[in-house]
Design a protein around this ligand. Structure first.
Ligand code: MD3
Ligand code: FE
Length: 200
């Protein structure tokens, strides 16, 4: 499959075939059994609409104390290991990058969205971020290194992978909305997004 490039956003439509998507969902069930999804609040106390957990050496946390990476799930247990097929994908797509230290797991119901933001809690912004979409389709908006300006939007489908390197790594981005019932991968519907990151 050939990649689609929008500025420094590299989109790989259907990188994961349906059987590989189902295997990923099975592995994520194990992960979430060990480190359950939580509904984060922003530092100001506003609940986010997305539910989150992580795998890997670090997990990303948002609560009243701020945004940060932590070694442990809020319950006090370590995050489960990043599933092997995600590490293989990272090796395939970004062979020159350092190993990923966090796989953030975002779960969206039919009404969830994510406002425009930058990811800059990581120490080395020269390292790429790679995202995997599973389940219902999502309208992904790509902005610029500073707030505002022109944006481009693309519907991300189940199995699609996006590599954010170069200028895209510092770009504002968000999810405007989910297309409910656009996939049958997840029995109860919804969307899972995985983002692999180098943290330190
Ligand atoms: C561009 N997730 O977890 S994935 C996030 O679909 C996040 O759940 C969205 O934004 C989601 O932070 C979008 C695409 C994405 C992920 C991380 C990025 C784009 C990015 C980090 C830097 C730049
Ligand atoms: Fe983000």
């Amino acid at each position: 499959m050939t990649a689609l490039r929008i500025r420094d956003f590299e989109i790989h439509p259907g990188y994961f075939a349906p059987d590989a998507q189902a295997q990923l969902v099975a592995d994520l069930r194990d992960c979430l059994g060990q480190a359950p999804l939580v509904q984060p609040v922003t530092p100001r106390g506003t609940p986010m609409s997305v539910r989150m957990s992580s795998a890997g050496a670090y997990g990303w946390i948002s609560d009243r104390k701020g945004y940060r990476y932590e070694r442990l799930h809020p319950s006090g247990v370590p995050w489960p290991p990043i599933p092997a097929e995600l590490l293989a994908m990272w090796q395939d797509l970004v062979p020159d990058a350092r190993a990923p230290e966090c796989c953030l797991i975002n779960w969206y119901d039919a009404t969830a969205k994510m406002g425009m933001h930058q990811d800059r809690d990581e120490a080395d912004l020269s390292q790429p971020v790679v995202s995997v979409s599973l389940g219902d389709e999502a309208l992904f908006r790509m902005g610029n290194a500073t707030r505002g300006g022109k944006t481009e939007s693309v519907w991300l489908k189940s199995g699609d992978v996006v590599v954010m390197g170069g200028e895209a790594r510092r770009a504002y981005h968000g999810i405007d909305r989910i297309r409910p019932n656009s996939s049958t991968l997840l029995p109860k519907g919804g969307r899972i997004n995985l983002t692999l990151r180098v943290v330190t």
